[in-house]
Design a protein around this ligand. Structure first.
Ligand code: JHZ
Length: 396
């Protein structure tokens, strides 16, 4: 049922930034095959080799949602919308990270679920009820015993990171009130294919959702989509609004049919579309390698900007090392002075001055392009250029 369409080779775990550089051959056992498949029945696109949650989300998870102004502003807007539209009695966030969203809500109105203890500590410290645990039925039952008035459940960039999706939705269904709503947001498969952003595939992104696949899976648990919103975040995401089928008080927006039609017409329901995508990915790789090699032959200095999980896929798939990309700059404290997994490319703390000696910047955080271009006006004014692979490799 699960038909493979993309093979990005053997890759290290993204977000496991090493303190010391280790040759790939030394930690070969820790590499895994990054292959992606399409399930013709469920319409789900998923990794074929799934890494256990505990290996990925532990007490040293470095990613913090609050590191970008774009995400802070997106969450602020969302909180206003949620309060206005759904007036939560009690709001549950699955995967609350460093609290970028919940900070916009009153402390007595929020429950956080976060498996990474270093992040859970942050929301606990600022006074929010936080369950430092993995989402699943056991935890859902525990929460239900303590709180029985959760009417809004939200999760961004988290459910696609959990192996057992049936358990995910069953657990949500256990808690959600009959008149409650579930809101989830994740990168859109349609945008990923349109933009050839194959770097959305890495170990944590076990699934890339489409309206087609979400629609099918929630149906099994008596849930249905009642609205879909398009977002620019994370390279193009979809926000799905979900309710119980028995709840007739909420009307179903035309946006649901519109998105399903868009996806069907694009071919997201057919294996052939994914085979084509895989050819595009191979071309994209070839062109990106050609661009950077030409620049290096002219002795140009290239650095990376934004040591994203996505960049880990690109760097390893294209076999870049520090002879190609000298180093990456990143604002995240826990990534500082570490290495991009699988490579000898170091991550340095972001410092504007370092850009003075740079000719080209590879945009690892291409999803924050407008925020970064605004920030780096001086670099651009002085003639500095960027390299991106999205939607196709180019210098700009
Ligand atoms: P960003 C992570 O993916 C992991 P990543 C996870 N699996 C997921 O799904 C998404 O997040 C949501 C830096 N930066 O958001 C900060 C600058 O240095 O694209 C971050 O390290 N300067 C949970 O890692 C990185 O870039 C800046 O000006 O692909 C962005 O990471 C800005 C704006 C960002 O997610």
């Amino acid at each position: 049922m699960n038909k493979k369409f993309l093979d990005l080779g053997y890759q290290p775990l993204a977000n496991k930034y090493l303190k010391k550089y280790r040759k790939l051959s030394v930690y070969r056992k820790e590499l895994y095959n990054l292959s992606v498949g399409f399930n013709t029945k469920t319409k789900l696109v998923s990794l074929l080799k799934k890494i256990p949650d505990k290996k990925m989300f532990d007490n040293t998870y470095p990613y913090k949602s609050s590191m970008s102004k774009t995400m802070i502003s997106s969450f602020k807007k969302l909180s206003i919308k949620i309060k206005k539209k759904f007036d939560p009695n009690l709001f549950l966030e699955i995967g609350s990270n460093d609290g970028a969203l919940i900070r916009n809500f009153n402390k007595n109105k929020v429950i956080c679920v976060e498996p990474c203890s270093n992040l859970a500590k942050i929301t606990k410290r600022i006074g929010y009820e936080t369950f430092n645990d993995y989402w699943g039925q056991k935890l859902a039952k525990k929460i239900k015993k303590k709180f029985n008035n959760i009417n809004v459940i939200y999760s961004a960039n988290t459910l696609t990171h959990i192996n057992d999706l049936n358990d995910v939705f069953k657990s949500i269904s256990l808690i959600l009130k009959n008149n409650g709503v579930l809101i989830i947001e994740d990168p859109s498969l349609l945008e990923c294919l349109k933009k050839a952003s194959y770097d959305q595939f890495y170990n944590e992104h076990i699934y890339i959702f489409s309206a087609l696949s979400v629609n099918k899976i929630i149906n099994k648990f008596g849930l249905e989509l009642f609205d879909i919103e398009k977002l620019n975040t994370h390279g193009g995401s979809l926000r799905y609004y979900i309710k119980r089928k028995v709840n007739n008080k909420i009307k179903i927006s035309i946006n649901v049919k519109k998105q399903l039609d868009l996806e069907i017409n694009f071919g997201l329901g057919r294996y052939k579309t994914y085979q084509k995508f895989s050819e595009t990915v191979a071309k994209s790789r070839k062109n990106l390698i050609r661009i950077v090699k030409e620049l290096k032959s002219k002795k140009q200095k290239i650095i990376g900007y934004g040591a994203t999980a996505k960049a880990c896929t690109i760097i390893n798939y294209c076999n870049f090392d520090n002879k190609i990309i000298d180093y990456f700059l990143d604002t995240t404290p826990d990534k500082k002075n570490r290495y991009i997994p699988g490579t000898n490319i170091k991550i340095l703390k972001y410092n504007k001055k370092l850009l003075n000696k740079v000719n080209y910047i590879f945009l690892g955080a291409w999803n924050f392009k407008s925020e970064i271009l605004k920030k780096e006006k001086l670099y651009i004014k002085k003639g500095g250029k960027f390299i991106t692979h999205v939607p196709s490799p180019k210098i700009f």
